[in-house]
Design a protein around this ligand. Structure first.
Ligand SMILES: [Ca+2]
Ligand SMILES: [Ca+2]
Ligand SMILES: [Ca+2]
Length: 227
């Protein structure tokens, strides 16, 4: 009797799931996006979205995919507005969508944020992964809704981590829904992501699962032809 292809694929999927280990078992590093765009204009040429990902204003620099994530976010601070190294939306736009892009598919499990200080810093935002860099054409999956802490106007800005279930994607949208009270605009100092590295130790299990699925499929196909 022919085993349906869906059953074979189901077994393969289950084995693939078993092949994945806990992400926390390996060191996670900080990941720098390649590009960032905004759905709204910047306040001026001194406050472009690139200031969000180029490490401008951070107290110490990091090396993407090398520097350990948690320790870095806990210790690095960002300077305040004076140094022109943050992003600000144009006047009249307190909300907007920032789109981050990686050169290849990456697996990420957290966003690191250095907010803007004071009431122009962002408050509520929803995070999405997407099949492309266009928020408006669908293909999005929500990774969660979060609230960023309001930062002291007088001090340097501390990093903050927002965790979500590990996901593989090339595109991430930050949909900014509110700020901490500024009537005209919103700003962010820096954003990076937590990289979940590919675990080579699980490669044999994944190859085995895929092979098994293929063998099941072709055996069943041949078996049904014989009868
Ligand atoms: Ca910056
Ligand atoms: Ca401010
Ligand atoms: Ca899309």
């Amino acid at each position: 009797m022919k085993k349906p292809l869906t059953t074979t694929l189901g077994i393969t999927a289950a084995l693939l799931t078993l092949g994945r280990g806990p992400a926390d078992a390996v060191t996670t590093t900080i990941l720098q996006p390649e590009r960032v765009t905004s759905s709204v204009d910047a306040f001026s040429d001194q406050f472009l979205p690139i200031n969000l990902i180029n490490q401008s204003g951070l107290s110490t620099s990091y090396t993407s995919r090398s520097t350990e994530f948690a320790n870095y976010v806990a210790s690095a601070t960002h300077s305040r507005i004076d140094a022109r190294n943050s992003w600000f939306s144009s006047s009249g736009n307190r909300t907007g969508i920032l789109t981050f892009e990686f050169d290849n598919f990456v697996t990420i499990s957290a966003l690191a944020l250095w907010n803007e200080d004071g009431e122009d810093g962002i408050n509520e935002f929803e995070l999405f992964r997407d099949t492309d860099n266009n928020f408006g054409n669908g293909g999005t999956t929500s990774l969660g809704t979060f609230n960023a802490t309001e930062r002291d106007e007088e001090g340097t800005i501390s990093g903050e981590t927002f965790s979500f279930d590990a996901t593989t994607t090339r595109y991430v949208h930050v949909n900014i829904r509110s700020n901490h009270g500024h009537p005209m605009l919103s700003g962010i100092s820096e954003i990076a992501f937590k990289d979940v590295p590919f675990e080579f130790g699980h490669l044999p299990a994944i190859i085995f699962a895929v092979s098994l699925g293929g063998i099941h499929y072709f055996r069943n196909k041949r078996g049904s032809k014989d009868k």
